[in-house]
Structures are given as structure tokens and as C-alpha cells.
Design a protein. Structure first.
Ligand SMILES: [Zn+2]
Ligand SMILES: [Zn+2]
Ligand SMILES: [Zn+2]
Length: 170
């Protein structure tokens, strides 16, 4: 049963401009992902969907513990293992992107649906997305040169974000 509006799916996606994100579309993606997992729609799950929808709106990146602490504040009995499992499932269903920080620890983020890559701030661990990419031809040429069949690629740019630069100037 799908009652997605066709107009909404036809309109161009807003990515990168956090204030402009299609929040309802994100909620639908998150809910559909859980629906596909064919699990009961329990209270912790509902709270998790709401929390992720909020994080989708702000574009904030989070660790498993960040999310767990945030959820515990609302629903004291939610277990870390449940949160951990849910995150893994949402990464599998591509609702969440997993981003590695320079120290090897992981952050998660609800990004836009279009092909994109990440900028990571080494100071505050903010994650932003950008759409620029090498052309498909270039990537395939690189693969060919090395005898690789290309399946996917990632690109992460590490540095210092504008607000950390500003506060460093003070
Ligand atoms: Zn992303
Ligand atoms: Zn920063
Ligand atoms: Zn790319």
C-alpha cells in the first residue's frame, strides 16, 4: 500500500540546503525502511523514526551512542543493542550513510537520496554532503587500468568546517 503523491516524486530533490529538506519525504523513507524489515511497529521503533526524522531535518551526523542517549531521554528502556541493530539495518537499506572520521570512529547521517559524497570536519565532526563527482567514464577508466570491474566508490574530504575556522580566529 503506497499513497505517495506522484507530484512529490517528480519534483527535484532538495539536498545540501538543510533548511530546505523535504522532511516528509525523509520520514517516508525511514518508515518504509522499517516497514520492509517486517518488524512490529513498537514504541521504541516509533520514537526512533521520530528522532531520525528530526536528525534528517537538521542534517546532523551522530554516533550510535549519541542516538542511544537521545532516545533514552525519551524512552528510558530502549537498549543499546536495539539502537545498534536498527542503525545497521538502516545503513543496509540506504536510509543512513555511514561516514568514517579520521580517527576511524563512525558517524551516521540521513542524507539526500541523490548520489553524493561527504565533507567531514576533523574538529567538530560535522558531516556535509556535496554532489560533485568524477565522471562515470573516468571512474570506469581507472577501474579498467587496474583490471577492476567498478561496483561503487566513496569519496570523503576531511578538513575544518567554516564555523570551526571562525571560532579558531577568535
Ligand atoms: Zn551522505
Ligand atoms: Zn567543524
Ligand atoms: Zn561519486
Amino acid at each position: 500500500m503506497k499513497n505517495e503523491s506522484r507530484d512529490a516524486s517528480r519534483s527535484p530533490r532538495q539536498v545540501c540546503a538543510h533548511g530546505d529538506r523535504h522532511a516528509s519525504e525523509e520520514v517516508r523513507r525511514i518508515e518504509n525502511a522499517f516497514f520492509d524489515l517486517s518488524r512490529p511497529n513498537t514504541a521504541p521503533r516509533r520514537i526512533l523514526v521520530e528522532k531520525l526524522a528530526e536528525l534528517a531535518r537538521t542534517g546532523e551526523a551522530f554516533s550510535t551512542d549519541d542516538l542511544w542517549q537521545g532516545l533514552r531521554a525519551v524512552h528510558g528502556r530502549i537498549g543499546r543493542a536495539t539502537v545498534y541493530r536498527s542503525i545497521e539495518q538502516l545503513v543496509e537499506s540506504k536510509v543512513l550513510d555511514r561516514v568514517e572520521l579520521r580517527d576511524g570512529s563512525r558517524r551516521y547521517r540521513v542524507c539526500g537520496g541523490a548520489h553524493h559524497h561527504h565533507l567531514v570536519c576533523n574538529t567538530c565532526h560535522r558531516v556535509e554532503e556535496f554532489q560533485e563527482c568524477l565522471s562515470v567514464r573516468t571512474i570506469e577508466e581507472i577501474g579498467r587500468r587496474h583490471g577492476f570491474t567498478v561496483e561503487e566508490h566513496t569519496l570523503t574530504v576531511y578538513g575544518t568546517c567554516s564555523s570551526c575556522l571562525k571560532s579558531g580566529d577568535k
